[in-house]
Design a protein around this ligand. Structure first.
Ligand code: DX5
Ligand code: ZN
Length: 226
C-alpha cells in the first residue's frame, strides 16, 4: 500500500448538472478531499463535458483541491486556462500528444501539480521517463469517456507496476473508473491512494447519502485487502 494519505475525489461528471453548485457544496460538506472535474472534448474521448468555466465554478463552490482530469487533445493550449480557473492539479493523458514532457512542464510552470493519466491499454513504461516531472499518476480503470462503466480487473496489476515505478517518490497514485467501497481496499493494497468515484457517490443524486458513501470508500481503502 501507499504511505501517502488516502484521498477521496468525487467526480462531478455524475452530479446533477441542473444544480451543480449545490452538488459540489454537498460533496465538500460530506467529506470529499478533492473535487474531480472530468474534461472531455468529443475527440480524445467519445463524449463532451465542460471546460475551464466549469472548473472556475467548482473553484467558487469549494475550497477543496480542484482536480482537473483533461481528456482532451491537444491539451497544451488549455493548460493556462485551467490554471487561471483555479485548478490545483491538472492531469493530462500520456496518449493525448507527442510531447508529454512539455505538457507536464507547462503545468508546473503555472505553479500547479502535474498529473499524468494512462488509459487501460497503455503500458506503465510510457511514463517511466517523466517520473521526475509528475506529482500524480492517474491509472484509468475504465476506458475514459463515461461514468458508470465496469471496473477493469487488469488495473490491479497496473497499479502494482506504478507503485514499483514510483518507489519512495512523493507521487500520488490515483485510480479512476468503477471505484467503490467494495474494491477500495484491494485498490489501496495495489498502491492507490487517491480514489475517484462518480456513480458510487452520486447515484440517485441525494445529498443525504454522500457522507456515508464517501466514508465507506475511505474505510474500504483503509481496510487493506490483499
Ligand atoms: C471517466 C471519468 C471518470 C468517471 C468515473 O472517463 O474519468 O472520472 O466519472 O465514473 P465512475 O466512478 O462512475 O466509474
Ligand atoms: Zn476522471
Amino acid at each position: 500500500m501507499s504511505t501517502r494519505p488516502i484521498r477521496i475525489a468525487p467526480s462531478i461528471l455524475s452530479a446533477d448538472f441542473t444544480r451543480l453548485g449545490e452538488e459540489i457544496r454537498a460533496i465538500d460538506a460530506a467529506g470529499a478531499d478533492y473535487i474531480h472535474v472530468d474534461v472531455m472534448d468529443g475527440h480524445f474521448v467519445p463524449n463532451i463535458t465542460f471546460g475551464p468555466i466549469a472548473a472556475a465554478a467548482a473553484r467558487q463552490a469549494s475550497r477543496k483541491i480542484i482536480d482537473c482530469h483533461l481528456m482532451i487533445t491537444p491539451a497544451d493550449p488549455f493548460i493556462t486556462a485551467f490554471a487561471k480557473a483555479g485548478a490545483d492539479i491538472i492531469t493530462v493523458h500520456a496518449e493525448a500528444g507527442p510531447h508529454l514532457h512539455r505538457s507536464l512542464q507547462a503545468i508546473r510552470n503555472e505553479g500547479k501539480k502535474a498529473g499524468v493519466a494512462i488509459n487501460p491499454a497503455t503500458p506503465v513504461s510510457a511514463i517511466a521517463h517523466v517520473i521526475a516531472d509528475v506529482d500524480l499518476i492517474l491509472v484509468m480503470s475504465v476506458n475514459p469517456g463515461f461514468g458508470g462503466q465496469t471496473f477493469i480487473e487488469e488495473s490491479y496489476t497496473k497499479l502494482r507496476q506504478v507503485r514499483d515505478l514510483v518507489g519512495g517518490r512523493p507521487i500520488d497514485i490515483e485510480v479512476d473508473g468503477g471505484v467503490s467501497a467494495d474494491n477500495a481496499g484491494k485498490l489501496a493494497a495495489a498502491g492507490a491512494n487517491v480514489f475517484v468515484a462518480g456513480t458510487s457517490i452520486f447515484a440517485g443524486n441525494d445529498p443525504k447519502t454522500y457522507a456515508a458513501r464517501i466514508a465507506a470508500i475511505r474505510n474500504g481503502a483503509l481496510t487493506i485487502q490483499v
